[in-house]
Structure formats: C-alpha cells, structure tokens
Design a protein. Structure first.
Length: 205
C-alpha cells in the first residue's frame, strides 16, 4: 500500500488533517514496513479498528466499557459490562468486520463493572513497553500491550519462541502485574496465513 493510500487511514485514526498526517506519514510507513505485519497489514489493522469503532458507536456499544485492540487481524476485546446482551452484541459486531481473523474474548460480565485501576494499568503498560523496547533481543514494534486490572494481555508476532519467552519474562518482572495472558503467535504460525477465513473466537480458558 502506498503512502498516499495510507494517509486517509492515518488522518481518521489520529484526528489529523491530511496535511498533518502527511508530515508523519514517512516515519509511520517506515516503521510499519519494519513490522512483521508490513505496511499493508498495519493499514488493514487501522481500518479494522476504525470499522469496529464505527459499528460500536452506531449500536451504542462504544462507551459501555468494552475496548478493542487489533493486531495482525486478531481482535482482543477487554473490559467489564453488566449486560450480557451488550457483550454478545460487541462480539457479533467485531466479528462482522472484514479482515478479522480471530476474536479473543476477555470481556467480563459482572453486576459491578466499575473499576479503579486505570492509572496503575497505564503505568504497567508504560513500564513494560519501555522494557521490551530496550531489550535488543526483542522486536518491540511487533507487540501490542493491553493491561486491565493488573492483567497483562500480550498480542503480537514473535520472531522465535525465545523472543516470546523474553517478553513474558519482562511482563512478570513488572510491578503491579497480577497475571499474564499470552496471545502472541510465532511469525511462522499457520493461523496467520488465511486472512479470508471466518473469524474464530478464543474464549477464556
């Protein structure tokens, strides 16, 4: 995908004007090209994210406590809601977006969905991101990190089993982490090879 084709996605995703997006487009495209996903895969994930946001907004799900993280066509749903029907609607909407390979469902249905660990979760995310960025044996651009209530969700593409284990070790060594959910795939994993398949759903074990 060309830089020009990527600009509308950048503008929509960041709230920038096309001119503003163009200023940073070169750097973003260079970064995307270095990722295991490539430029096309990164742009696809941005499109999927935007479409999920649009559908959540249209159906009244957007501000109800469910978040979506997209990486390599895999959608991680997290959050807590009191309404099981809302949870089901979010799953259906995310699965209806073209290009979604897998939905990793980690949404909790509870009578008391209010949480107060946001600032601490943000600190865990920042510390873990810094740790893997400064590890020369980890390609940090190939990982997304989502932390909720002290649970670290790792989503990404590992170059090797050794690299995957290093990322998990960094997560274990980060303060305030209560648990780790590993959703990382190796770059040779066959689940990455069929973007046209119907979305599979990974449920909580």
């Amino acid at each position: 995908m060309s830089v020009l084709a990527l600009l509308p996605l950048l503008a929509a995703a960041t709230g920038c004007t096309p001119v503003g997006a163009a200023v940073g487009a070169g750097a973003m495209v260079a970064t995307a090209a270095a990722e295991e996903r490539g430029v096309g895969g990164s742009a696809r994930d941005v499109r999927i994210s935007l479409e999920i946001i649009d559908r959540f907004d249209d159906e009244g799900v957007l501000f109800e406590g469910i978040g979506a993280t997209v990486f390599d066509g895999r959608v991680l749903l997290t959050g807590a809601v009191a309404d099981a029907d809302l949870h089901g609607k979010a799953l259906a909407l995310a699965g209806s977006v073209e290009g979604v390979r897998t939905i990793i469902d980690r949404v909790t249905v509870t009578p008391d969905p209010e949480g107060g660990t946001g600032p601490r979760d943000a600190l865990v995310t920042a510390e873990l991101r810094k740790a893997i960025m400064f590890d020369p044996e980890v390609l940090a651009i190939n990982y997304a990190i989502e932390v909720e209530d002290g649970i670290v969700h790792l989503l990404g593409i590992a170059q090797s089993e050794r690299e995957r284990r290093r990322v998990i070790a960094h997560a274990r060594g980060t303060d305030f982490v209560r648990g780790i959910e590993d959703h990382v795939l190796l770059k040779t994993d066959p689940r990455r090879s069929d973007p046209g398949a119907r979305p599979a759903r990974e449920v909580r074990p």
